[in-house]
Write a protein that binds this ligand. Structure first.
Ligand code: PMP
Ligand code: GLU
Length: 401
């Protein structure tokens, strides 16, 4: 047996990616599986972005670019941040990476030393704790408020120790959908300032923020916008093309932060992956510089409608509670009322049992809450057709009738 490094032994495979693969495998065996696992838009990449990539290949744009990304693309990100978030960065403060995941990983490598603590509001996206661990840090999960999953600032402050180095925020949130308010972000930044903590915000679901189900308005606010000039040196934001332009497979994400940090991020990248694929960068450049408003509206409207239909349907299943998901494309209902009960001959003890039961008896795949830090819940991605969502609800309503 290979003697693996301690680092490798500490890593869990991504639960979301592993379950996606399992659902595909079962479907390939002929089972009528509906998968609400994957966190990726079911829309096609906009045609003009695809065409830009084809053109790049034809023109031989198939060589290394700057390790931190093409200057034009970094400039396009600067323009995007100015236009949409009202913040002034320069290209030297931007690094283009192989997806937002890679941007986050690089940032954590550049910020976290062995033994440093990273405050992580919980529930959290499954990949953060493993990324923090790979960087040598320790994850300190801090439960969010219930039932709306917004930040509990008093709990965050209480969790701070002399080893706390980073506060890692994700808004709109995967898996809860929580979209943090301007006041909440300002309070988080002031807490970071008082304790000398660096703030990182993963804003990959920026474009997917929905009005309140009661008709109230809701908008996305970037941590960088709230931080303005005063916090320029103590925060970084991460974003990318995966969710905004349905470009998950192209692997383009980016980070913006103070120049010295981003130089370190670029250096790390230059010694690991080098630049993200040149062809993908050309597609991202077109997506960012020639926004297709009609396409964006279509995707947003579809997700908004599915959110309402799917949550309403879940609430009709006995024992399920579900706060309003404010953004992203997930619902994170509480199913723990079923724990201790027996359904279709199977005893349910936890979210993994509940999830397995639904897969085996109803052929519906989704993710248990445990890997997100809350075992009383499960996560459904509604990035799939309305027909699939309707059929899912029918099957689950029957199973738990
Ligand atoms: N952050 C969050 C919260 C996510 O859900 C995802 C899922 N893909 C990512 C980052 C990674 O995005 P990318 O595909 O750009 O690496
Ligand atoms: N972020 C998505 C999810 O949570 C995609 C898979 C992954 O990278 O984790 O499902």
């Amino acid at each position: 047996m290979t003697r693996l490094s301690r680092r490798a032994c500490g890593v869990q495979p991504s639960a979301t990616l592993a379950l996606s693969a399992r659902a595909k495998e079962l479907a390939a065996q002929g089972l009528p599986i509906i998968s609400l696992v994957a966190g990726e838009p079911d829309f096609d990449t906009p045609d003009h972005a695809k065409a830009a990539a084809v053109r790049a290949i034809g023109e031989g744009f198939t060589k290394y670019t700057d390790a931190a990304g093409m200057p034009e693309l970094r400039k396009a990100v600067v323009d995007k941040l100015a236009r949409e978030n009202g913040v002034a960065y320069t290209p030297s403060e931007i690094v283009i990476s192989c997806g937002a995941k890679h941007a986050l990983f690089n940032l954590l490598l550049a910020l976290v030393d062995e033994g440093d603590e990273v405050l992580l509001p919980s529930p959290y996206w499954v990949s953060y704790p493993d990324m923090i661990g790979l960087a040598g840090g320790t994850t300190v999960p801090v439960p969010c408020r219930r039932p709306d999953f917004h930040l509990d600032l008093a709990a965050l402050e209480k969790a701070i120790t002399p080893k706390t180095r980073v506060l890692l925020l994700n808004t709109p949130n995967n898996p809860t959908g929580a979209v943090y308010t301007a006041a909440e972000l300002a309070a988080a930044l002031s807490l970071c300032q008082r304790h000398g903590i660096f703030a990182v915000a993963d804003e990959i679901y920026e474009k997917l923020v929905f009005p309140g189900l009661d008709g109230s308005s809701r908008t996305f606010v970037s941590l960088a916008t709230i931080g303005g000039k005063a916090f320029r040196d103590t925060l970084a934001v991460v974003n990318g093309c995966s969710k905004a332009y349905a470009m998950t497979g192209w692997r383009i994400g980016y980070a913006a932060g103070p120049a010295d940090l981003m130089k370190a991020v670029g250096d790390i990248q230059s010694q690991s992956t080098s630049n993200p694929a040149s062809i993908s960068q050309k597609a991202a450049l077109t997506a960012l510089t020639e926004p297709d408003g009609a396409w964006e509206k279509r995707m947003h409207a579809a997700f908004e409608e599915r959110r309402r239909i799917f949550r309403d349907g879940l609430l009709r299943i006995p024992g399920i509670e579900c706060a309003e998901p404010e953004g992203a494309f997930y619902v994170f209902p509480k199913v723990s009322a079923w724990f201790g009960k027996t359904v279709a001959g199977e005893k349910i003890r936890n979210s993994a049992d509940w999830t397995r039961l639904c897969l085996e008896k109803a052929h519906v795949a989704f993710v248990p809450g445990g890997p997100f830090g809350d075992d009383n819940h499960v996560r459904f991605s509604y990035a799939t057709s309305k027909a699939n969502l309707d059929e899912t609800l029918k099957r689950l309503q029957k199973l738990f009738a």
